[in-house]
Design a protein around this ligand. Structure first.
Ligand code: FAD
Length: 306
């Protein structure tokens, strides 16, 4: 068996792999797609010590760093389930079974999309999902935030300090965000909140976003707003469905980890966007990945020899 099998090849998984291999452990990485969300990212300006890089470039460096060590990278493989007998057993979609003494799950998350015309076309050209990442690109411009939950209202407050104006569009007739956040947002002169607004289309000029269209659900009228950016904040879904019967997850599906990255099943660790650790960022995922690998190494040291 492997000493450590890492599920996921994003920043958290790559970081766990380097740390594991450097401990001399027999390490494998199994990933649907090496690089994870970073592969879909255009400009990255907050990966500290690198002023600017681009997703595909960072993915290539991640892969090179892992390949500097003797790590078995299995990409194009989706994990279907994990169970624990003598060793952990990972079953893939293709029916393969892999055995390991410890596991780090780093399967990340995916932003829920609006699924409206223009969203995909203008993703990275005005349509954004991460205010921490892309907020500064819209300095002095008008933007919308889709979604009035905690993440939407937090994004609006955050963005209002950078951009000229923020319009929040909420689908229902109530905001789900905490009252303190709502009060804060209402107190800011450059935030407007529109209720019962169903976004129907992202408009653009071929190169970038120029506005959006929505239906006012109270009247059925179609309306348009001109703006440069649209932050979609309608949920981040952890890729943890395959763990539902194996370990403790939160209601939202996040893997519950302790300070060392260990889950409710001894020897199974997790890191990055799939976990309860707040603030989903590359640099955080990398730190958490290395931490989980060190946690798993500690676990392995204490295993009776077999
Ligand atoms: P991910 O990057 O999501 O990687 C998950 C890995 O697990 C992938 O390899 C995937 O294929 C694999 N996987 C998933 N399920 C399975 C399965 N069942 N079996 C096998 N493999 C599986 N952060 C920043 O810090 N700065 C930015 O500028 C920035 N911009 C972003 C822009 C966009 C468009 C997006 C989407 C995100 C951005 N982020 C940014 C967030 C950042 O990309 C994530 O926080 C980070 O990638 C999380 O790393 P991770 O390793 O936890 O997960």
């Amino acid at each position: 068996p492997f000493d450590m099998l890492i599920v996921g090849g994003g920043p958290a998984g790559a970081s766990a792999a380097v740390y594991s291999a450097r401990k001399g452990l027999n390490t494998g990485v199994i990933a649907d797609r090496f690089g994870g969300q970073v592969a879909d990212t255009v400009g990255i300006e907050n990966f500290i010590s690198v002023s600017y890089t681009e997703g595909p470039k960072l993915v290539a460096s991640l892969e090179q760093h892992v390949k500097d060590y003797d790590v078995d990278i299995m990409s194009g493989q989706t994990v279907k389930s994990i169970s624990k007998k003598d060793h952990f057993e990972i079953e893939t979609d293709s029916g393969a079974i892999l055995k390991s003494k410890s596991i780090v799950v780093a399967t990340g998350a995916r932003w829920r999309k609006m699924n409206v015309p223009g969203e995909q076309q203008y993703s990275g050209k005005g349509v954004a999902y991460c205010p921490h990442c892309d907020g500064p690109l819209f300095k002095g411009k008008r933007v919308a935030v889709i979604g009035g939950g905690n993440s939407g209202i937090e994004a609006a407050i955050d963005l209002a300090n950078i951009v000229e104006h923020v319009t929040v569009l909420e689908f229902s007739d109530v905001l789900r965000a905490d009252e303190v956040l709502q009060e804060k947002a209402r107190s800011m002169s450059n935030i407007d909140i529109i209720m019962q607004a169903q976004t129907t289309e992202v408009s653009g000029n071929g190169d970038e976003v120029t506005g959006l269209q929505y239906t006012d659900r109270s009247t059925g009228d179609s309306k348009a707003i001109e703006l440069a950016g649209i932050f979609v904040q309608i949920g981040l879904v952890p890729n943890s469905e395959f763990l539902r019967d194996t370990i403790d997850l939160t209601e939202r599906g996040e893997v519950i980890v302790d300070a060392r990255g260990e889950t409710s099943l001894s020897g199974l660790y997790a890191a990055g966007d799939v976990t309860t650790v707040p603030f989903k960022q590359i640099i955080i995922a990398m730190g958490e990945g290395s931490k989980a690998a060190l946690g798993a190494f500690d676990y392995l040291m204490r295993l009776p020899q077999n």
